[in-house]
Every structure is written in C-alpha cells, then in structure tokens.
Design a protein. Structure first.
Length: 428
C-alpha cells in the first residue's frame, strides 16, 4: 500500500491533508513535530514524507538532513510544505534533501498530483553527463599568491604592498592547476582564470587546510564554479553556501563539482604527489606538501609550534612538544618553498600563546632545522600594516644571519609569482 508520513505541528493541517490522501489510497501516518517524525520515518519507512518547514525544536530543514543521512530511507521521497513561498526557502529545502516544495494552502488536486509522482517502485537512472576534456596547464612549475592575510580581510591604504585578502595560493605543475585554500583571494584568481581560459573546459583541484571562515569565504565568489564546462574537486563544507548565508547553493552551481573529505594523508593529483600533516591549530587542520618534480612546496597557513603546557608533569609535556616538533621537521625536510604562519612577533606572541598561530622567531628556527630553501612568512595579522610586515621580514633575515644559515626569507604578498626551479637553483 502507498504510505505517507505527514509531519506538521498544526493538527488541523495534518487532519485535512491526511483525509485527502486517505481518500486517494494512501496509508497515512501522523507526527506532530520533527523529532517524532524522524522516529516514525525510521520505523515505517514511508514512500513519501510530507514535512512542514516551520516547526519548533526540529524544523523541516533538519528533518530533511536527518532522513537523507539515513541509508535505510534512500527510497523515501520528501515533500516540504510551508506557509512561506520565498525562493530562498525553496532552494534551501532542495539543498537539505527535499524532492518537492509545496507552498500552503495546498489544493487537494495539487497534493494528489505531486505525491502521485512518487507512487513508483523503480526510478530509472539518470544518464551520466558527458563533459569535454579539460584544458591542461602548460609551463614550468610555479606558485602565485592571491591572498596572504590571516583571520579576516584587511583592505585599506596601509596594506597595499602585501595585500589584504585572506589565504589563497595557486600552484601550476605537471599539467595540474591546484589551489590551496579558498579565502577572499580566490575571487581575484577566479576572475583571472575566467579571462585566461574563456570558455575552455578547465579542471582544477582545491585543497583546504581547514574550514575556518577566512579559508573558505571566497568560494561563493569564485567565478569558474558558475561555468558548466569546468570540473572541480573541492574539499569544502556546503553549509556556507546555504540559506541564510548565501543565496546560491552548491547544488545549483553549474560546474561539475566533486566534493571529497580528506581521508588519506598521501595521495596524487595527476602527476603531482601530495602529502598532508596535521597542524597545531584549533579544530581539524592540516598542512600540505606538494612534490612537482621541479621542487616541492610546503603550505602551513595556520600552525603554532607545540609548546610546554602547564600540568602535573612538565617533563612529559616538554617531551611531547619536542616529539611533535621532530615530526613536522621531518615532514618539511628539504622543502624548496615553505609557506608558513608567522602572524606574531615575539612580544605579540606572549599575549597569544595557545591561539593556534606562530611566532616569527619559532618559524625561522623551524625552517632552519628542516633545511628549507626559501621561507615565505604568511597569514599576516590583520592589524599589521605594510611597514610592520616589512620589519618582521627584516627581523627574520637577521635571525637567519645570526645562525649563519642559507635560508632565504620573504614576506608573502599578493601577486608574487615564484618559479620552483629558480628557487632550487638560487641556493646551490
């Protein structure tokens, strides 16, 4: 028998809709709230769930997500109902997993016609789309900085030299286009790629270190994702492009996006080998190292060297901090380019220990121990103007000179292009 579950906190609405559906051969179950509805859906596995959007405690969006996350309910269709008929609500409902959206009041004939579409057992598979072969990226291995600022964008006359956009770095190597993080610098990169490649299909890979806001806020404004011919592999949460945060959802983007969660710490993007390493930063955060054949790039935009924590056993704490430092030194060993969080000077760091960002002195010491060839100071503090960043770069060079090191140091700045082969040659 055809089964439908009506989830609505309005008892009169449930009664009217249920009567219409009963008369048309549907077996009807009722739930007066979202939490009860989720339980009944799992118990009865109805063919259709008719769910109101605006309910206290567990609203319709949450119901959709819960049901879509349950593999036993893959054959259940969801029809969202609402007394509001905003296009943004409709899009958000589809993004959450709804199959249809019906504004109230619902005409009986419209209700029956809508549910009759789901009165089938077998749904034919959707033919796989055919896409053009994407354009390959030619030229030597290189990187370009599009956003170098940390925490929040910092536009203005005092940040012109180094830039005010948040983290985004472009790497081209072995025919691949790889983007590290999706801060506000991603918008400018998107404009250039659109101009460069026009209507040619483009494949690119976006690697996120983590999903703090300053590392993902450029994605909705990245113009290539609105081109249907483009392919993208993006490791990013869809919730930032969901009502009420943004009017266009990931589901609506024309580009062929594939979203994957990082599960392996070693993988390949075409012929570029990639390794990941956990960073010391709040939440789940990683750094990457990319091996291009012309040089390797290590990228740690948010990382604080492990420090001795207060506790009952300071010796054990110190040993743990040292072991973690040895791990990251081994990971970075011999990198041609290291792009690393150096947000604070020594005095500032004293007030920010445990925040997940690094002191300039510690970063230089780490790069020297790892025998890195070139260090780019990154994740500039939003309150640091151009003069302050230049002072920190000079201080870093003095620290290297005091150790008789060969490490080259620069402060990362927007628009700077670095050819990897040139870095390796410069330090021989």
């Amino acid at each position: 028998m055809k089964t439908v579950l009506i989830i609505d906190d309005d008892a009169d609405c449930r009664r009217v809709l249920g009567a219409v559906l009963n008369q048309n051969g549907w077996q009807v179950f009722h739930a007066g709230g979202g939490d009860e509805g989720i339980e009944l859906a799992r118990q009865h596995r109805p063919r259709v769930v008719l769910c109101d959007l605006l309910m206290p405690r567990v609203n319709g969006f949450k119901v959709c997500r819960e049901l879509r996350a349950d593999s036993t309910l893959r054959q259940t269709s969801i029809v969202v109902t609402s007394g509001r008929n905003f296009e943004a609500d409709r899009r958000a409902a589809f993004e959450a997993g709804a199959d249809e959206y019906l504004p109230k009041p619902i005409e009986p004939s419209q209700l029956v016609a809508t549910l009759s579409k789901f009165d089938v057992n077998d749904v034919p598979p959707t033919p796989e789309k055919q896409f053009e072969v994407p354009t390959r990226i030619a030229g030597p291995a290189r990187l370009k900085f599009w956003g170098v600022r940390g925490s929040t964008p910092a536009p203005g006359p005092n940040t012109v030299q180094y830039g005010g956009n948040t983290s985004c770095v472009e790497i081209r190597a072995k025919g691949e286009l790889i983007i590290l993080d999706a801060g506000t610098g991603l918008r400018l990169l998107g404009r250039e790629l659109t101009e460069e490649f026009k209507d040619q299909p483009l494949a690119l890979t976006l690697l996120l270190t983590h999903t703090h806001w300053d590392h993902i806020q450029g994605l909705p404004f990245f113009s290539p994702v609105y081109k249907p011919q483009n392919h993208g592999l993006s490791n990013v949460l869809s919730s930032q492009m969901e009502n009420p945060f943004f009017p266009i959802t990931l589901r609506e983007l024309p580009a062929n996006l594939q979203i994957e969660e990082l599960k392996e710490m070693k993988f390949s993007i075409g012929r570029v080998r990639v390794e990941a390493c956990f960073a010391n930063h709040p939440g789940i955060c990683v750094g990457y190292r990319l091996f291009t054949g012309e040089g390797s790039v290590a990228y740690f935009p948010d990382n604080e060297p492990h420090y001795v924590t207060s506790g009952a056993d300071p010796r054990a704490s110190a040993e743990y901090a040292q072991s973690q430092e040895r791990k990251i030194i081994a990971f970075l060993r011999g990198a041609d380019v290291l792009i690393m969080d150096a947000q604070y000077d020594r005095d500032e760091y004293k007030e920010h220990i445990g925040w997940g960002h690094a002191c300039l002195d510690d970063v230089v010491a780490l790069a020297l121990k790892a025998e890195v060839k070139k260090l780019f100071l990154f994740h500039h503090d939003p309150d640091h103007d151009d003069a302050k960043i230049s002072q920190m770069a000079e201080q870093a060079r003095r620290l290297v000179k005091a150790q008789n090191g060969r490490l080259q140091v620069e402060a990362a700045k927007e628009g700077l292009v670095v050819e990897l082969a040139g870095v390796a040659q410069a330090v021989r």
